[in-house]
Ligand binder design. Structure first.
Ligand SMILES: CC(=O)N[C@H]1[C@@H](OP(=O)(O)OP(=O)(O)OC[C@H]2O[C@@H](n3ccc(=O)[nH]c3=O)[C@H](O)[C@@H]2O)O[C@H](CO)[C@@H](O)[C@@H]1O[C@H](C)C(=O)N[C@@H](C)C(=O)N[C@H](CCC(=O)O)C(=O)O
Ligand SMILES: Nc1ncnc2c1ncn2[C@@H]1O[C@H](COP(=O)(O)OP(=O)(O)OP(=O)(O)O)[C@@H](O)[C@H]1O
Length: 511
């Protein structure tokens, strides 16, 4: 598979740590001479090995990383860490071998030791939940910047180190990469770090070795039921973030019923945030929803209260902002200081989250990253609120990802739109026609039947939607968000929905 996305950044000036020191520190078994072996990095992907690396040969779903030990050595790896099976595979690779039962389970602590990320760590905040993680993380970063701090950010869309931006690969990088990123952030004197934490990251040890000051939970709804067999299992993966060995304090949104459940089962002190009528310590109340911003008040214990707005559409974005603010209060910032710093507006720019790509004339066109029924619902409700004409929705569904949500995606889309244009997204190795057919079946289950159009190529689908639209209508293109590629049979073809939509608007004379 072509992979144009750059790896996560590493420290530019790593200090060397001895392999024998690592083996002694963790009491590990080893084969071969460790004398004089100095480590400056750690990686689990052979194509990304740099001289001085400890190469971690992990067993995976398709191969065993130890198969690539020789290639890693040629690229400058100075030692291999692997499991007993890997040690057997790589015994002739000519590298000293350190053996652990589960390299994945060891990776976080070893990486933290190697990069010394546990020494004077910055303020570390983490966000999990089904929807709103990226948005809440960007909002946290924006407020922290408005407070005058140098920040680091890691999300599905981008990683930021101060003013430096790199495109992301996984939502939450593997542990070796995240500790390298944290070490690089330290070199840039980052004082506060915000990490988006997926359920997969929690289940697959990707955030091991990181101690979070405050963690936040947005919501839980149907998604990822290919990786988790039930909602219970999916919830349990998220709940594990709220453990004393991971985090000191938590903030839980009561927006989904799973929030109250998390409060009950959390093993760290938690604070709650919700809407009027909820039994929450902090209440967010929307004041105004427009096509350009959403304003709200946030009221908490001891009569504390603030009012602000986000340049984002929808109640759900105000809820994300409220969660972010309460997380910062839990981290020790005064609410008054936050209100003063944001000066009436949190200046967050979220790439591809209901991002408006149209100008003042013609239909309002938004490109969104929503790919679950609840995300569809929240974005459609937000768009409907200020649309004087019709709501047109363009969407498809991911191939090779949780097919059980497709009916409900189709149903919600039809229920809350006037016109649907069903198209392709990332088919991956699935037949795109059959993905569309399932979405159409789902749309048929809705009580409200939106007018339905099926247009396979997305570049034609957005043009078709624009051809149907009039002044006053809104178009929500859900799915591609910030992404700059489409995955078709394992090949990532460059593709930007935001650029495509802008081009289509120009061609239609709406630019
Ligand atoms: C299902 C899953 O989590 N797979 C992850 C897993 O892949 P795998 O087990 O198939 O690995 P493999 O291909 O068998 O290779 C085994 C080992 O050999 C190494 N290798 C392999 C080939 C080679 O030439 N050289 C080499 O060193 C690999 O780096 C790996 O360490 O280990 C890989 C190496 O770290 C990950 O990149 C890969 O994530 C894939 C790309 C993925 O898509 N994961 C998704 C499910 C995911 O984690 N998503 C979440 C949430 C997204 C959301 O919220 O929507 C995320 O945090 O991104
Ligand atoms: N609090 C929320 N509740 C429900 N839906 C939301 C919420 N916040 C955002 N969304 C919807 O979900 C989409 C994705 O938002 P965001 O990227 O912030 O979520 P995420 O949790 O990071 O998603 P992913 O796990 O796919 O990275 C948005 O574009 C919007 O449609």
């Amino acid at each position: 598979m072509s992979d144009r996305i750059p790896p996560v950044l590493r420290p530019e000036h790593p200090s060397a740590r001895s392999l024998s020191g690592l083996v002694a520190e963790f009491g590990l078994e080893s084969v071969g001479s460790l004398d004089g072996v100095e480590l400056t990095g750690i990686t689990l992907r052979s194509p990304e090995v740099e001289p001085g690396d400890l190469f971690v040969g992990m067993p995976g779903a398709t191969t065993h990383g130890a198969q690539y030990a020789e290639a890693a050595k040629e690229s400058g790896a100075v030692a291999l860490l692997t499991d007993p099976a890997g040690a057997e595979i790589a015994r002739d690779a000519g590298l000293p071998i350190v053996i652990v039962d589960s390299p994945r389970a060891a990776l976080g602590e070893l990486s933290s030791w190697l990069y010394q990320t546990n020494v004077h760590p910055p303020l570390t905040l983490g966000v999990t939940g089904t929807n709103g993680k990226t948005s809440t993380s960007y909002i946290l970063e924006a407020i922290l910047r408005q407070l005058g701090l140098v920040t680091g950010l890691s999300t599905t869309a981008e990683r930021h180190i101060g003013d430096l931006t790199v495109v992301s690969r996984l939502t939450t990088p593997e542990a070796s990469e995240i500790h390298a990123l944290l070490a690089r952030m330290r070199e840039s004197e980052v004082r506060a770090v915000v990490l988006e934490v997926s359920a997969q990251a929690l289940s697959k040890n990707r955030i091991d070795g990181i101690s979070f000051d405050v963690v936040g939970f947005t919501n839980l709804s149907h998604d990822h039921l290919d990786d988790y067999s039930t909602m219970e299992e999916y919830f349990e993966a998220k709940r594990a973030f709220f453990e004393p060995d991971r985090a000191r304090r938590g903030v839980v949104s009561l927006d989904s019923p799973w929030g109250a459940r998390l409060v009950e089962e959390s093993r760290i002190p938690v604070t709650t945030v919700g809407s009027p009528g909820d039994d929450a310590e902090w209440i967010m109340d929307v004041l105004e929803e427009t096509a350009a911003y959403t304003s709200f008040t946030l009221t908490g214990p001891e009569g504390r209260s603030m009012q602000t707005r986000v340049p984002l559409i929808g109640r759900h974005m105000a809820a994300n902002a409220a969660l972010a603010i309460v997380m910062l209060v839990e981290a020790g910032f005064e609410l008054e200081a936050i209100e003063h710093a944001v000066h009436g507006e949190i200046t967050a720019y979220l790439p591809g989250r209901t991002e408006r790509v149209s100008g003042d004339r013609g239909p309002a066109v938004f490109v969104d990253f929503g790919h679950s029924p609840d995300a569809f619902l929240k974005s459609l409700e937000a768009v409907r609120r200020f649309t004087t004409g019709r709501v047109i929705m363009v969407f498809g569904a991911d191939g090779d990802r949780d097919a059980t949500k497709r009916h409900e995606m189709g149903r919600v889309a039809s229920e809350h739109s006037d016109i649907l244009v069903i198209t392709d997204h990332h088919p991956r190795f699935e037949d795109p026609e059959s993905i569309r057919a399932t979405l159409i079946e789902g749309a048929g289950l809705a009580e409200h039947q939106a007018e339905l159009h099926e247009v396979s190529p997305p570049e034609q689908a957005i043009r078709h939607a624009i051809s149907l639209a009039r002044e006053g209508d809104s178009i929500l293109w859900a799915g591609p968000g910030h992404q700059d590629y489409r995955d078709i049979r394992g090949v990532r073809t460059p593709y930007s929905a935001r650029d495509e939509a802008r081009a289509a608007l120009r061609e239609a004379g709406w630019a």
